[in-house]
Write a protein that binds this ligand. Structure first.
Ligand code: COA
Length: 228
């Protein structure tokens, strides 16, 4: 079942993401070089970002759940953050003030140098969501718990955002982690543009191999021309 996530699920979602990205070149190797020593700290990367993201109404958090059986309630198998990017809304809605995360302990697994690498690289890639692609639905995060991968949860969540993009008649984008291109290609994200670590001035340059930008536009209806 796909449903909106609730605020009390942030910790569970953070721990799930930490597990899902445990072998990832960016979130494991670059951002969490001390994860072997402090394996229980890596969720502290995700939690402050979830808290901050929750404060922005353009972000949508969805979970895919399964029934545990024996009346034990449901379990979150996967979650996603989707953002409705809109140049107009950005202009009219002030950015959410920084959320207080001072109650959280430090993330000892993280690299001091690279923990904020994604945020620092944003200016280098912001051009992707401009011009005809300023209005779009972007897949920011998508994570299926390792125990539930290959069971259709990721697909169901992506189908949610595709439906929204179709309703709004806007393109949909994703930056694919290394090894995940074919998953997104199958879901119709087939237009490759830049890499999330380009150009050379990008602080992420040389750190990762993945990070392909993919766009899905095949759901957009085209108006017939007069000659048709
Ligand atoms: C990528 C990820 C979200 C896929 O989620 P999932 O729930 O395991 O995927 P699904 O079961 O919904 O798979 C849907 C289809 O994609 C295929 N697929 C899944 N992962 C794939 C991969 N890495 N490469 C190629 N195909 C893949 C499945 O076989 C399935 O094919 P089918 O419809 O023909 O049966 C999941 O592997 C994950 O969380 N990985 C770690 C975190 C991550 O990298 N997230 C993405 C960041 S961009």
């Amino acid at each position: 079942m796909i449903r909106p996530a609730t605020i009390d699920e942030q910790i569970q979602m953070s721990k799930l993401a930490a597990q899902a990205f445990t072998d990832d070149e960016l979130f494991a190797d670059v951002i969490h070089p001390h994860r072997q020593q402090y394996p229980n700290d890596t969720y502290l990367y995700w939690l402050p970002r979830l808290r901050q993201g929750w404060a922005d109404p353009s972000n949508h958090y969805l979970v895919s759940t399964i029934e545990r059986g024996n009346g034990q309630g449901e379990e979150i198998a996967a979650w996603a953050q989707f953002t409705r990017k809109s140049a107009k809304a950005k202009k009219e809605t002030p950015a959410a003030p920084p959320v207080d995360v001072s109650d959280l302990p430090p993330n000892r697994a993280a690299s001091k140098e690279y923990e904020d690498i994604l945020e620092r690289s944003y200016d280098s890639i912001a051009h992707e969501w401009a011009g005809p692609r300023a209005e779009c639905w972007d897949i920011i995060w998508l994570a299926t718990s390792p125990a539930h991968q290959g069971q259709g949860h990721g697909k169901a969540l992506v189908e949610w955002v595709i439906e929204k993009a179709t309703e709004d008649q806007v393109p949909s984008s994703v930056i694919s982690a290394k090894g995940k291109d074919r998953f997104y290609n199958k879901m119709g994200y087939t237009i490759a543009t830049s890499k999330a670590w380009e150009p050379e001035s990008n602080p992420m340059y040389g750190l990762v191999e993945g990070g392909q930008f993919w766009w899905r536009e095949s759901h957009l209806t085209t108006k017939p021309t007069k000659s048709q």
